[in-house]
Design a binder for this molecule. Structure first.
Ligand code: NAD
Length: 373
């Protein structure tokens, strides 16, 4: 059983699908692991670390041959259409592969007769928690969001009593209290900020409070869909939510938005008018900037300064900004999913297993799943 890890080619992607620490788990299970030279550099894993861990490191031309011969291909971003075309029939790929944003890659995987697994489709059941890359990467993004906000803010986060007087703590508001939002709350709390948060799912209230933050109850209808995720809001509900959130936004020094609805563009939670009343120097971090933006005017990978002196940081490749631990957690997710497909030293795809069934997007020349998550 041959595994190959190609070097990530998407600009800004610093993560790598396997880190040296996990190689021995794979070799013990009977895999031979090869990785393209320099694939781990962005994440702090050198070629010699992979060699010492028992993997083969290949030059780009050798890596091309290894890609074609591999039984299993592991990557962070989806393989591109040409890569899929050169795989052998029956090969398995594991990567992020969203049915909503990677349709052409999925078509190429189906045409190549490859079994492509999408990490976005791993079900959120307790048995699959160790394979849940959406969670591990959202954790990295939430942590990073709070740190970026603290760095951009001209204010301290904590309360400080100094000989020169008292420094009052920053008010941080987090919209969307899923995995990333809760991690942003926890990180901002550790820095000493006074944190409040809002989410459309009432079940998030206790989680927010357990982090030492205040849950804002707008007394609006709850929007909880299948699998513990949010649903899309009606325009009427969205307008009411914006109106009720405005005073909370106005008194915040820092606003962090993380709201998402599976398979849909990010909900627009904050308009120009809403941040128009924030004080100069306030900071907004929009983690949803790449998927449409929670905040009007946010741009992925840019800091936009508004007329009233508010800085809006638009997230782009955010987990990749913490490449060491994002890769380390991702690699564990991928290995745990792959080991589910190994029986008696051989690859064995058991589609009666609900994790395998849910996460396989293509198999035997066909596309199996139509929707994300
Ligand atoms: P997500 O990334 O899809 O969304 C982020 C958050 O945005 C969610 O909390 C969502 O409710 C919120 N949101 C959506 N629309 C909003 C709006 N209009 N206004 C305010 N907030 C809005 O979600 P996620 O972080 O991936 O996880 C969401 C749920 O999944 C949580 O209940 C979490 O506990 C659960 N979860 C379960 C498992 C598991 O059981 N294995 C693993 C991870 C997460």
């Amino acid at each position: 059983m041959k595994i190959h890890v190609p070097r990530e080619s998407q600009a800004g992607e610093k993560r790598v699908a396997l880190v040296p620490d996990v190689i021995s788990k794979l070799t013990r299970a009977g895999f031979e692991v090869s990785i393209e030279s320099s694939a781990g550099l962005g994440a702090g894993a050198r070629d010699k670390d992979f060699v010492n861990a028992g993997a083969k490191v290949l030059s780009p031309s050798e890596a091309m041959a290894s890609l074609t011969a591999a039984d299993v291909l592991l990557s962070v971003q989806p393989l591109n259409v040409n890569q899929f075309k050169s795989l052998k029939r029956g090969a398995i790929t594991i990567s992020f592969l969203s049915p909503t944003t990677a349709a052409s890659n999925i078509d190429a995987a189906a045409a190549a007769g490859v079994t492509a697994f999408s990490l976005e489709l791993v079900p959120r059941i307790s048995r699959a928690q160790s394979m849940d890359a959406l969670t591990s990467q959202a954790l990295c993004a939430g942590y990073r969001a709070a740190l970026v906000a603290a760095e951009l803010s001209p204010r301290f986060f904590p309360l400080l009593m100094t000989a020169a007087g008292t420094v009052t703590p920053a008010n941080v508001l987090v919209l969307g209290a899923g995995v990333a939002g809760l991690q942003a709350i926890a990180t901002a709390r550790r820095l000493g900020a006074v944190v409040s948060a809002y989410d459309v799912r009432p079940s998030s209230a206790d989680e927010v409070r357990s982090m030492g933050a205040t849950f804002i109850d707008l007394e609006l209808e709850a929007i909880e869909g299948a699998g513990g995720y949010a649903r899309e809001m009606s325009e009427e509900r969205a307008a009411k939510q914006r109106e009720l959130l405005t005073p909370f936004i106005t008194k915040s020094h820092v606003l962090i938005t993380t709201a998402a609805v599976p398979g849909k563009p990010a909900p627009r939670l904050v308009t120009k008018e809403m941040y128009g009343a924030m004080v100069e120097g306030s900071v907004i971090v929009d983690l949803a900037a790449e998927s449409g933006g929670n905040v009007e005017g946010s741009k992925p990978g840019e800091i936009v300064v508004t007329d009233n002196g508010v800085r809006i940081w638009g997230g782009k490749d955010v987990p990749s900004q913490l490449p060491f631990h994002a890769s380390s957690l991702y690699a564990r997710n991928v290995v745990n999913l792959l080991l589910l497909m190994v029986k008696d030293g051989a690859l064995n795809l058991d589609f009666s297993d609900e994790i395998i069934d849910a996460a396989a997007v293509t198999h035997s020349g066909e596309r199996r799943k139509a929707s994300a998550k």
